[in-house]
Design a protein around this ligand. Sequence first.
Ligand code: NAD
Length: 430
Amino acid sequence: MSEKIYQDALSRVREIGEDAGVNAEVIASLMQPMRTLTASLPVRMDDGSTQYFTSYRCRYNNALGPTKGGIRFHPDVNQPEVQALALWMTIKCAIVGLPYGGGKGGVTVDPKQLSRMELERLSRSYVRQMADIISPDRDIPAPDVYTNERIMGWMMDEYEHITRQKAPGVITGKPISLGGSLGRDDATGRGAYLCILELEKKHSWNPADITVAIQGFGNGGYHAARLLHERGYRIVAISDSRGGIHSEQGFDVPSIYKEKQRTRQVKAVYCTHSVCEQVEHSAISNEELLELDVDILIPAALDGVIGTHNVDNIKANYIVEVANGPVLSDVDAILHEREIHVVPDVLANAGGVTVSYFEWVQNRSGYAWDLDTVHERLGKIMAKSFNEVWDLAKSEKRSMRNAAYTLAFRRIGEAVEAHGTRDYFNSSDA
Ligand code: NAD
């Protein structure tokens, strides 16, 4: 992901904003981040040397509340990518009605090359550099690609050393024992699943008739696959970075997960107790998976996988974007014309930030919720948000992405307008 993705994200904001008649001042407020901090992180390596890693924290927009968004550790992290992700967080939080703006952070590093102690020093170094802009009331990080709950725990600890007080609300996605929330682990996949349950109601689907292909079998993809499989959906294709498997019969998702845990690969197996046997299937590439004739396609791995290069070959009826930015903006109109409906990332993967919000609320109130409470409240927020987007799409004849962005712009717009815009300051009304 690079400059192109950020420019792509901005052009979507501009086009949809103008089309929806959103106040120009609101769109202008989203055309650049409020603040992006770049910092060099000195880290003492195990061999005694010091290495310097480039890092970022972007607070994109805080019209609706403190900024919120993950921290990514990846060799490709760069400033435009962080800004694109922070812009999407701004839109996402507005769509699901959270009292947050959007932010994001990252470090340009291959964490697989670091020892555990180097990783801890890097995580703590990040917080030391960013301590002036993160805080429970200002900017609240969370995990993202290649960061996890242990790293969040280290980061919270470092922040607490610096501020000399307990501050669990400074970061979410922590271990449960350090103030994390139940239900955060599968929240992103569950959120996408809850969107599909709403589609099921709209179309009176019988899950057994509905075929699903999933690209990416990580945190988002796996949990979406697991929950859909439990409900009886036919998961006919699954892939990871090494390639995919396909069978019209559908796969037993728990068996594939178990085998993946054992061998680190997605293999077409059915397991009875500890014995796993291969089932009939064909091996497919990630590109072929995207082009399968299925009811629901779930890209849950990478950005930019559907664009002008393959849009004509996409046959799914629905694309549910668990990954951030899997569909490029230049094919939005083509998909809409072809009646391939996209449940956009800013809605479909919002379950993760919603349960992060629950974690922050619990930390601030000092009261831990049980899992049923988390699931019930997540269910309510996802169903309400999905239906608000769906209804707007129907009533104003918009695609779901267009409707989701329009809804976000209107909410952010209300907050911007509450401070007064040109219309207010130039009017003579009392
Ligand atoms: P993850 O690292 O747990 O899983 C990623 C999966 O994608 C892995 O199975 C990996 O093998 C696969 N993959 C990597 N390269 C691939 C390739 N070239 N082709 C096919 N598969 C490939 O990550 P995740 O947390 O599931 O995140 C996946 C996407 O979802 C990212 O875009 C992320 O930003 C987005 N997302 C995740 C969350 C969350 O809470 N986990 C929340 C919002 C958005």
